[in-house]
Ligand binder design. Structure first.
Ligand code: PLP
Length: 441
């Protein structure tokens, strides 16, 4: 036997333009200086909270270099302790940054930890945050219930008219924050138009009082929309949803410019919202590589379901970015595109069941969902989204129960509104269950 077989490790100098992103999303850069695993086809699970440091000198070097990439440049990391950094998270971060077209990503323990992380580095006491008036329920709760304690003011406005920013803006505004499509009613906000306005505002502002655009891209996933390409400074994700894809692990991420990586590492280290290495591994191994395939199927199904609901006599209206009669359609066509440039209107649908009064509409909505909960094989009454199973929920009494009933309309939420997050079922089976549920009202 020859023992001089050369060990080959593959290089990361892959031509980005040669292969499609559908393929890149499976391989990432294929090699990582975060961990040498040249002979594993799947990255091994890292499961060590602490790391051997060889010498005091190397330990000291690790602490000096941590969160100082701006000073020390890119280097193979000296791992110290899981909360500071660890191979599985670091590899997931490389691939997330790549697919979202950002310079870097920092992972967090959940979507909410990522949102508090990025807002935490961009604001100090006295600052103000402008947001769209419809947001994920816990984000509303963060801005409404917790930030006043730190004297950070929240100003929710209608960002579907981006010019409204001018009226809400003050010297203290630091962040314009939104989701597009928004949760739960799928308002579409024109990212490029917001960028234009914020650029105009920043012209007369120094680095210290600049306004940043932060977009929660959870509903779209990077398969359907890459907000950084349209001018977002930061993208945040709940990895728990479409990117994780199977409903098994919680996680979050912030993606943006390299110069913010160090401070994001510092806030994560001290506030402690660290993604578990095992969750990072699942998302790296199962979630991201299957994202394109899952999204393609879900979009196809969502389009069919949206059209069915749109022509059903018991339905008041349907919000789905893929329907030409939807008010956000034109903007969605511009910014919701898949890796190959095709229109990719996502996997979420919002609709309202008819009633002669809002109370009756709400009651019909509740009946519909109770029928689903009892009888539907292919739909599950549950919060969350981006799952293999189709999930149905009632925002007014569930995810958005933080919003008082009298404020719901202001937030663009209907008392009888229903949110469907499409899964991987055969669309014909979903149509069957939907039809039966609607007939039951
Ligand atoms: C679920 C969700 C979050 C929060 O993510 P967690 O992982 O549950 O903390 C934030 N934004 C949106 C749009 C979400 O759907």
């Amino acid at each position: 036997m020859s023992n001089n077989v050369k060990i080959k490790s593959r290089k990361a100098d892959i031509d980005d333009t040669k292969y499609s992103m559908d393929t890149h999303i499976i391989y990432g850069k294929d090699v990582s200086d975060k961990w040498d695993y040249s002979h594993h086809v799947t990255a091994p699970i890292s499961s060590s909270t602490t790391f051997r440091l060889d010498s005091v000198e190397r330990g000291a070097q690790g602490f000096t270099q941590f969160a100082h990439t701006e000073e020390f440049g890119e280097h193979a990391p000296i791992f110290i302790y899981d909360r500071l950094g660890e191979p599985n998270k670091d590899m997931l971060e490389e691939n997330l940054a790549y697919v979202e077209k950002g310079e870097m990503a920092v992972s967090f323990s959940s979507g909410m930890a990522a949102i508090s992380g990025v807002l935490g580095i961009l604001t100090v006491a006295g600052d103000e945050i402008i947001s769209h008036n419809t947001l994920y329920g816990c984000t509303i709760s963060l801005l409404k219930n917790w930030y006043p304690r730190y004297n950070i003011k929240w100003n929710p406005i209608d960002l579907t008219i981006p010019e409204n920013i001018f009226n809400a803006l003050t010297e203290k505004t630091r962040v314009v924050y939104f989701e597009t499509p928004s949760n739960p009613n799928l308002d579409i906000i024109d990212i490029a138009a917001v960028r234009k306005i914020v650029d105009q505002i920043n012209k007369s502002r120094g680095d210290k009082n600049k306004v940043y655009i932060v977009i929660d891209n959870t509903f779209s996933t990077p398969y359907c929309q890459r907000p950084i390409e349209f001018g977002a400074d930061f993208v945040v994700h709940s990895l728990t949803k479409g990117i994780g894809g199977f409903g098994t692990d919680m996680g979050g991420a912030v993606i943006g410019k390299k110069k913010f990586r160090d401070i994001l590492h510092l806030i994560r280290k001290d506030f402690g919202g660290v993604l578990s290495a095992k969750n990072a591994w699942s998302i790296l191994t199962y979630g991201l590589p299957s994202l394109a395939l899952r999204q393609k199927q879900q979009i196809k199904t969502a389009m069919q379901i949206a059209e069915f609901l749109n022509s059903n006599s018991k339905v008041e209206f349907v919000n789905y970015p893929g329907l030409p009669n939807f008010r956000g359609y034109e903007t969605a066509r511009k910014q919701m595109v898949d890796f190959s440039g095709n229109f990719a209107p996502g996997a979420l649908i919002y609709f309202v069941i008819k009633g002669n009064t809002p109370a009756e509409s709400k009651d019909n909505g509740r009946k519909f969902m109770d029928y689903v909960a009892d009888n539907a094989y292919t739909m599950t009454l549950a919060v969350s989204l981006g799952h293999t199973r189709t999930l149905v929920e009632h925002p007014a009494s569930m995810t958005h129960s933080v919003v008082p009933p009298e404020e719901l309309a202001n937030r663009g939420i209907d008392a009888g509104g229903i949110r469907i997050a499409i899964g991987l079922e055969n669309p014909d089976d979903l149509l069957l269950d939907l039809d039966e549920a609607l007939k039951s009202i």
